[in-house]
Design a protein around this ligand. Structure first.
Ligand SMILES: [Cu+2]
Length: 142
């Protein structure tokens, strides 16, 4: 999304957080690029231009994570995962050690965003639903 849309999203997160006490933090479609159902990222393939930010939004009642496959992102690029983990192993360990209470969990109505500077294909997954819940971000040259 472009910068203006991103700023609007940032503002939306604030209001969604405040409204969360009453409305359980429901997200409107303008607030994210990739949604999360009970077992899928929607869309599961999303294409952007280099330098753009992708916002994932959990629109479902189940908790999910956005966790990059370390060996399926372009070489030399920064690892990304909700929860800010530096490695895929650290994210997985956090989930296991805390019995699913951490690991970069994104709760209902919450968002996670990452800015992609380098063109290429980035594959990622949700830790608790990895067998069915994976996605790809394609970053094209500007
Ligand atoms: Cu999931």
């Amino acid at each position: 999304m472009d910068r203006r849309a991103f700023l609007a999203t940032a503002a939306g997160i604030t209001s969604a957080t405040l409204a969360g006490c009453f409305a359980r933090g429901s997200l409107s479609a303008e607030e994210y690029d990739v949604g999360m159902t009970s077992n899928a990222f929607t869309p599961d393939h999303h294409t952007i231009s280099a330098g753009e930010t992708v916002v994932w939004g959990n629109t479902n009642s189940r908790a999910h994570s956005v966790t990059a496959y370390e060996n399926a992102i372009p070489g030399g690029t920064e690892y990304f995962a909700s929860g800010g983990f530096d490695t895929e192993a650290a994210a997985r360990e956090s989930w296991t050690e805390h019995n699913g209470r951490d690991g970069g969990k994104i709760l209902t109505g919450q968002t996670y965003s990452h800015t992609f500077e380098t063109p290429g294909t980035y594959s990622y997954f949700c830790i608790p639903h990895e067998q069915v819940m994976t996605g790809v971000i394609v970053v094209e040259e500007k």
